[in-house]
Design a protein around this ligand. Sequence first.
Ligand SMILES: [Zn+2]
Ligand SMILES: [Zn+2]
Length: 452
Amino acid sequence: MDPFVGIAIYLGIFSLLIFILLMGPSPRFRNGIIGKLNYLLTVALFKWLGITIRKVLGNRVSRMIDGIYSYCMEQKNPVLPLVFLTLMTGSVYTFFVAGWHYVPGPYVSKIHIYIIPLIIAFTYLSFIIACYSDPGRIAKENVVKACKMFEYDFLIFEPRKCRTCLFPKPARSKHCSLCKMCVAKSDHHCAWINNCVGLKNYRYFILFLYSIMQICFYGTYIILCIFCGIAKNMNLSSALVKNPKTGVKSKVSYHQMALLLIHHESFLGILGIFIVLVGIVISVFLGYQFYLIFSGFTSNESLKWSDVEELIMDEELWVYDRKIEPKSNDDNNKSRKKKNNNDNVNKKDISIEGKEKKLNNNNIRGIKTYWIKPNNLRNRQNNQNSNNEISERSDANNEHQQLLSSTTTTSSSSPSNEFRFGKQVKSISEVKNIYDKGKWKNLLEVLFPPSL
Ligand SMILES: [Zn+2]
Ligand SMILES: [Zn+2]
């Protein structure tokens, strides 16, 4: 098979796999073929593998593999950073052995002798910074400041307590079970840098991605220039090739020239193909990170917004604007009566009361927006998280429910009374992301995060 066709097929399969792994859990694809393939690759395959290993190799080997899996996937560990360092150092070593003596060359100027080491050093440095930078650890000393940094929107973030850290969870924060800490404006835990990505080090994570993309595309450019130089030295442009079937001689095509050069400098050729593929994958991922930044949400929040989208698709999200003003006793009695008659609605209604308490406490008057969502948003989120996270959330949820039930008795109005005036949310565009400050302000917040 032609190597270039092979690369195209590989790229196609690889892109499809990435698409299935990334998009499979999203509401749009969850119930379709993509969702089923995602389940097959992420759950069913591992279950089947576990059963097969147990049957073939016995319980002892199976337990050992479970232990390795647990160490690699459920604990903070240096496995992937070491894989990165091995790949990076291996690639640099291959270049110095197979390509350095071509620098400078007919198409590679002398300046690259200085640029190449600088680019390599920059990549290692950005990796070290990303690995060891503080993602925005929330501790006793800064939890109050962290809570004031972002307000709760009562849609994707509600007041709750972190069971492990035993203090309130600020809006946009998340407890990382691997790092064993709450992280402000948490994005995700990156196994490649063995560190969380959050408020304070998101910029370093972006820098790290940029540095890999830079070294990959710069390396590809240098290797292409070296190959052009070799082709020039070999005078390939005027060489003739004989067709074995017809015996007719013709000029060497670019395709044949590329195959000849890869064959001539195979290590450099393989390195070039490898880094261009990595460069493409990283640039797509970097582009996605910028899309998230400009949209005003983190990777963690994008999952929560997917759940909101699913609620909207299931016609389960309602909204109403209510004027905050004191109600008469008659209204209170009517609304309590209505509340008793409509348990179903009241069970659904958590976020309204939470926000109501906050607003009442602050004595705010005017039109305010309230979200009415069923508990299953929380349940869906719980199902997607680890057991630890489930217990942590449910504990915080109980506490929050207690807080809310105490509010209900003192609250001057019943949410069910207002439910009649609510409007069903038909599209995600009707839901405002309060954390989105606009494209460039979002970017500035990432580049110059507020101090914690
Ligand atoms: Zn925590
Ligand atoms: Zn973490």
